[in-house]
Design a protein around this ligand. Structure first.
Ligand SMILES: [Zn+2]
Length: 180
């Protein structure tokens, strides 16, 4: 943008006009017209944004928007929705792609972002053992699986996420399972 278009334009005009003057005899008051038309022609050829228009529109824009704003915006900042350190909780994991809280990331990644856990870890530079299932959920699920297996073997398709504790009938209640 500001690579001295004005200067190069001016030197081009000077060059052309001086060549023209060399070959033609020109009255002093014609000189201005010649310079003007040469300048105009050059501007049209150089750019679609004539210097005068750019100069006219610039000050207004600059007054409201400082130069720094657009340049920072241009960075394709691929930042996680939350810091990686804040993404792991005992009860849920936070999706770094969109910030959704998930008990288990695997299905969410596949359906919402078309990512496998491996791709997800790679994408965000996560450790290989970065969990895709919240700790408490993993435990609850294991227990539920046990219960279902021991009780009636039928309802394997029931969503585990919906309060697995409720299901047990006559279970010994409230062992040490307090969720902090
Ligand atoms: Zn997500």
């Amino acid at each position: 943008m500001d690579e001295g278009d004005g200067t190069s334009l001016l030197s081009s005009v000077t060059e052309i006009v001086s060549v023209y003057l060399h070959q033609n005899s020109v009255e002093p008051d014609e000189l201005g017209q010649i310079i003007t038309s040469v300048t105009e022609a050059l501007r049209g050829a150089l750019t679609h944004a004539p210097l005068t228009a750019a100069a006219a529109s610039r000050p207004a824009a600059d007054a409201t928007a400082p130069e720094a704003a657009p340049s920072t915006q241009e960075q394709p900042a691929v930042a996680p929705a939350v810091p990686v350190d804040d993404s792991i909780h005992p009860d849920y994991l936070v999706c770094l792609e969109c910030g959704a809280k998930q008990k288990t990331l695997k299905r969410h990644l596949a359906s919402a972002h078309a990512l496998s856990p491996q791709e997800y870890r790679q994408r965000w530079g996560l450790d290989r053992d970065y969990p895709v299932t919240a700790l408490n959920y993993a435990e609850a699920r294991r227990e539920t699986a046990l219960r279902i297996g021991l009780g009636r073997g039928g309802r394997a398709a029931a969503p585990v996420a919906s309060k697995p504790m409720r299901k047990g009938r006559g279970r010994p209640k409230g062992t040490a399972k307090k969720v902090a």
